[in-house]
Design a protein around this ligand. Structure first.
Ligand code: KG4
Ligand code: ZN
Length: 346
């Protein structure tokens, strides 16, 4: 009939997720999209602990899939395929998802499709909007930072990325340095509203170098130095200084990401794409200031700007089901020897 019903499974970091999609070529309808987060399990360690993550995925994945199926109103036998994240990510978690998907595939005879997690993020703008290839994508999250030209379902050109921390990591570490809660992005964004973002000057590492590569670890170190200087001067970290630092940090991240995206746009636009589009994905895409900066950049260039809803920007299984469906429609399928890969560049 040309319509496929796909189950997606995602477990590569600290979210156990399952989703069911009805896909008709590039058009998709999300029938269910379930995410079991693990943040409370990792909170007191100040970061994701791979061992704890793997065990939690293994414990929750069956329940998560049952939930996604029941919310979709479909049963396993109504499906046409099972898509699973096969990497890159924390190997224990990826294995939990891959083993579960293999078990379901072996038991039902449904095709198994391994999906690259990054491809899932990269195709999300097409899941939510009418976006045609090629488009320019800024992928920014806790685990990733890349600028890509997305040319097809499995055709990507990487123009640049971070050489050290991801922007999400930098937000999280900055929040930790300033004694704020995790995840750091939303906390820093909220606190920045109470401060003066121009009161303290922070560096923009690598911004003066040509190309699209980025660096964020020096920025976090600069925040640490400013914090220590303020503590020595004031006898503690004043709330107003903390708010100023959050604002200055957010502004610097925005400047770095917008400027590097501007350079990538020059390369992309030189190819004269028919419907030039700038898209953003990943958890850091939730940041209002970054979104506004990118939207303005796109407007200046007369391009469309696409930012998927937050629930589809952060890790989820709907994007995995969608990317898997595209492979299935193209006639691809994996065997029960599908490998879980900790590293898997696009
Ligand atoms: O995509 P995601 O949910 O998981 C990964 O694949 O990493 O992204 C999570 C990251 C965290 O580092 C979090 O601090 C950041 O996205 N984040 C934000 C905001 N909301 C989440 N960063 C900046 N501003 C936000 N509003
Ligand atoms: Zn991700």
């Amino acid at each position: 009939t040309g319509t496929f019903h796909i189950l997606g499974i995602e477990s590569s970091c600290d979210d156990t997720a399952a989703a069911v999609l009805r896909v008709d070529r590039s058009k998709a309808q999300i029938l269910s999209n379930v995410v079991y987060g693990q943040s409370e399990l990792h909170a007191r360690f100040g970061g994701v602990v791979p061992e704890i993550a793997a065990r939690a995925h293994a414990e929750k994945i069956d329940l998560c899939i049952e939930d996604a199926l029941s919310q979709s109103g479909l049963a396993l036998e109504d499906l046409d395929g099972i898509a699973v994240t096969a990497g890159p990510g924390l190997i224990g978690g990826v294995l939990a998802g891959v083993m579960c998907a293999k078990g379901l595939s072996a038991a039902t005879g449904l095709p198994l499709i391994g999906v690259n997690h990054l491809a899932g993020h990269a195709l999300t703008p097409r899941l939510t909007d009418d976006v045609t290839y090629p488009y320019l994508l800024l992928l920014v999250s806790g685990g990733h930072c890349q600028i890509l030209i997305v040319r097809g379902d499995e055709d990507f050109t990487r123009l640049g990325g971070t050489i050290d921390d991801s922007p999400g990591e930098a937000f999280d570490k900055t929040a930790k340095l300033l004694g704020m809660s995790q995840p750091g992005g939303p906390a820093v964004e909220a606190e920045a509203r109470n401060g003066d973002q121009r009161a303290i000057a922070l560096p923009r590492p690598l911004l003066d170098r040509p190309g699209c590569d980025m660096s964020f670890s020096g920025l976090k170190t600069a925040v640490l130095r400013q914090r220590d200087a303020a503590v020595a001067r004031d006898g503690g970290l004043k709330r107003s200084v903390r708010a100023d630092l959050c604002g200055a940090f957010q502004l610097a991240v925005r400047d770095i990401l917008v400027e590097k995206t501007r350079r990538a746009l020059d390369i992309y636009l030189a190819e004269r794409p028919k419907t030039p589009t700038l898209a953003v994905a990943g958890g850091v895409a939730a940041n209002g200031m970054l979104r506004a900066g990118l939207e303005k950049l796109a407007r200046q260039q007369g391009m469309a700007f696409v930012a998927p809803p937050l629930a589809l920007c952060t890790d989820n299984a709907a994007m995995i089901a969608y990317a898997g469906a595209q492979r299935l429609i193209a006639g691809a399928q994996d065997g029960l020897d599908l490998a879980a890969r900790p590293r898997w560049p696009l």
